[in-house]
Design a protein around this ligand. Sequence first.
Ligand code: PLP
Length: 389
Amino acid sequence: MELAKRLNKLPPYLFVEINRKVAELEAKGRDIINFGIGDPDLPTPSHIIEKLCQAAHDPVNHRYPETGGLLELRQAIAEWYQRRFGVTLNPAKEVLPLVGSKEGIGHMALCFIEPGDLVLVPDPGYPPFSMGTILAGGETYLMPLKEENDFLPDFEAIPDDVADKAKLMWLNYPNNPTGGTADIDFFQEAVHFAQRHGLAVCHDAPYTEIAFDGYKPPSFLQIPEAKKIGVEFHSLSKTYHMTGWRIGMVVGNADMVNALFKVKSNLDSGIPQAIQYAAVEALRGPQDHIAEHNGIFQRRRDKLVKVLDEVGIDARIPRATFYIWARTPQGYASIDFAKKLLEEVGIAVTPGVGYGREGEGYIRFSLTISDDRLEEGVNRLLTWRRRRI
Ligand SMILES: *Cc1c(COP(=O)(O)O)cnc(C)c1O
């Protein structure tokens, strides 16, 4: 048997490795507090689950769904974008539901990339941006996200020949892993840059609803010309705590949406319909849980950042996302410091280097663990600090 060489180009998925190490320690009886994975601990709101159960009982929904999703869902997505961002979308041509947005992000590369083609991706960045590119035979040009630039890429620093050669650019705000945010001026700049160099833009925006202190993150599509050159990926995963149900969407440029539909219609058979009805309920139903959940994440954020500061770990307070992107103490590589925390304190975090070279010198804490576990985690950090003094 001979596997394709492209598989060798994929680094091991970082979370798999961390999970293995955590499982190893747990098997030895250690109690590990896992700040590693960004997966909401709070349940999907119950009215959404009710709808899912109801729809699951209807035999119509036991059959193959359509790749393009139910019209009702595409309409609900368009209404949600109108309500939330003032962005008008044609549900027939500019909206496509996805089996979780990660699926669409990965497959998008197949729509654009031929062997050797170049893609601009943020570093640090969500791994599927690069992995999709590599699987399609393309190459990445990394755009560093530096703290001194508020974790925004510097378009001026990208050489003209690189920008001209590239076909696609990935952006992601509010940002995983840095917690950085982008305002509308930045999106305007991104659209101009893309137009100047003939780039298509994919903006990944699953965290627009996870925001604090009254901040409301914008959509890339609020820029009037954005729809001419780009799409936005969004998801029900983070907003409605539906990571396990696998449902997201891509919206925007009709040609790009249609290209992704073409690829997908040959690879998947859509999202289980009961889940599509649950998504309609999520998008159209009461939204109060969003503020309530953000209140919980905000309290956790404030508690953790305060304790990190007390133990000498420097972290910015993010306005959005449920991640704390913290600097490793002087002299520690991110992987070594993550190992140290795991072994000495029983706390799992994600080493920043797993998101790219520019992530070196950082670790990521996710606020998606219960208040009790968070409390236990911060207590361990404080005790550890006292022992070291
Ligand atoms: C969580 C996440 C997603 C999407 O998740 P799905 O569950 O696949 O919709 C996409 N991009 C980023 C940056 C994420 O953190």
